[in-house]
Design a protein around this ligand. Structure first.
Ligand code: PLP
Length: 386
């Protein structure tokens, strides 16, 4: 990796040039994929290059990490083999028996892990509505709670938590704050600037953006003791991202700003049109002025409310499943943040214990023409009610 030339540049510039690195040997504009698993030691037995062994050390991975660090305004970033590997590394880095507060609305697989797996390692988890500051204050135990986990906007209801207010409550009690910012992306939100200690992304989603990499990222406000523990968990558990995936992620990151802004615009247009749809009883999208988290989202998100929205249908669960079966352009698949628009009957994925109502369809706006997307959905919604 060569010298970075983008300095204090804006997100779009950082992303477009992947920090402006030029490969020093050939002067290539496109970085190579570094695949080496081991590196030559100096004759005096040192490793001055900073590269020892492929599990912790890979130049392609570090390049992608440096781009995310710049985009998040972070001190450092670590990439992982998935978003789940990144999220669980934060918990596993806490001292045994630590108390963790997590939201009632959040990515379902992490909620299940916190409920079923984390207690096996001695972690004590309280689930609370993190959008309700009084409830959060009551759940945080001074001197005992080590971490408050946030997701904002949160899957699949797109509830919004006030990062700055939660950070003030958590820090006063001696706890850290980690924010799953997958849906907000580093284009629309900067949790570290709002007081968060760690930002987490499923890089599988918007960061890569092309539905062809599974990866996760953690970015930290400072390189402290907890961060050193997280680094150790990644290294010793081997929860690393491979070099080819890191290269694809770097390529995806170059268009992050344009993709995210277009997807947020499309989501806003769809939310506005769907509010007037006769088959839709409710649209959940933080960009809509009457949505409960709108004012906070307006304050803490910059230039858009994200590409994710959900709709609830007059015809209930039957209509939701039927509408998802009748779309043509929208793709009936899980995940989010890719260039193609996805539709999902979320309750059947999340199973029992989920706050997701059965009449809900989750929509991930892609990069297709917004009018084409609306027409396809409109046709499917009307057909599902016949
Ligand atoms: N966080 C959010 C908001 C997600 O949507 C997902 C995946 O859907 C994850 C975390 C987990 O990421 P991964 O699938 O990369 O493990």
């Amino acid at each position: 990796m060569g010298e970075h030339t983008t300095g204090q540049a804006k997100s779009r510039t950082i992303a477009a040039q992947a920090l402006g690195d030029i490969e020093p040997t050939t002067k290539a504009l496109v970085p190579p994929v570094h695949v080496a698993t081991t590196f030559i030691r100096d004759p005096d037995n040192q490793y001055r290059s900073g590269f020892v062994y492929g599990r912790p050390d890979n130049a392609t991975v570090r390049h992608a990490e440096a781009v995310i660090t710049a985009l998040e305004g972070a001190a450092e970033t670590l990439l992982f083999g998935s978003g789940m590997a990144a999220a669980t590394a934060v918990i596993m880095a806490l001292e045994p028996g630590a108390h963790v507060v997590a939201p009632d609305v959040m990515y379902w697989a992490l909620r299940n892990w916190l409920g079923n797996e984390a207690p096996r390692y001695g972690y004590r988890v309280s689930i609370v509505d993190t959008a309700d500051l009084a409830a959060l204050r009551a759940a945080v135990r001074p001197g005992e709670t080590r971490l408050v986990w946030l997701e904002t906007p949160a899957n699949p209801l797109w509830t919004v938590s006030d990062i700055a207010a939660v950070a003030a409550i958590a820090h006063a009690a001696g706890a850290r704050v980690a924010v799953d910012s997958t849906v907000a992306t580093p284009i629309l939100s900067h949790p570290i600037a709002l007081g968060a200690d760690i930002v987490m992304h499923s890089a599988t989603k918007y960061l890569n953006g092309h539905s062809d990499v599974v990866g996760g990222a953690l970015a930290t406000a400072r390189s402290d003791e907890l961060w050193a523990r997280i680094k150790s968990v990644r290294g010793t558990h081997g929860a690393i991202l491979g070099p080819f995936e890191a290269w694809l992620l770097l390529r995806g990151l170059r268009t992050l700003e344009l993709r995210v802004r277009a997807q947020a615009e499309t989501a806003m247009a769809l939310a506005t049109s769907l509010e007037r749809h006769p088959e839709v009883t409710q649209v959940l999208y933080p960009g809509l002025p009457h949505c409960p988290g709108h004012e906070i989202a307006r304050r803490q998100m910059t230039g858009g409310f994200g590409g994710m929205l959900s709709i609830r249908l007059k015809g209930g669960e039957r209509a939701a499943v039927a509408a998802a079966a009748r779309v043509d352009l929208w793709k009936r698949a899980t995940s989010l943040g890719g260039v193609e628009s996805l539709i999902e009957h979320r309750a059947s994925v999340e199973g029992p214990g989920s706050p997701c109502p059965p009449d809900l369809l989750r929509l991930s706006a892609g990069l297709e023409d917004p009018e084409d997307l609306f027409s396809d959905l409109d046709r499917a919604l009307r057909a599902a009610n016949q």
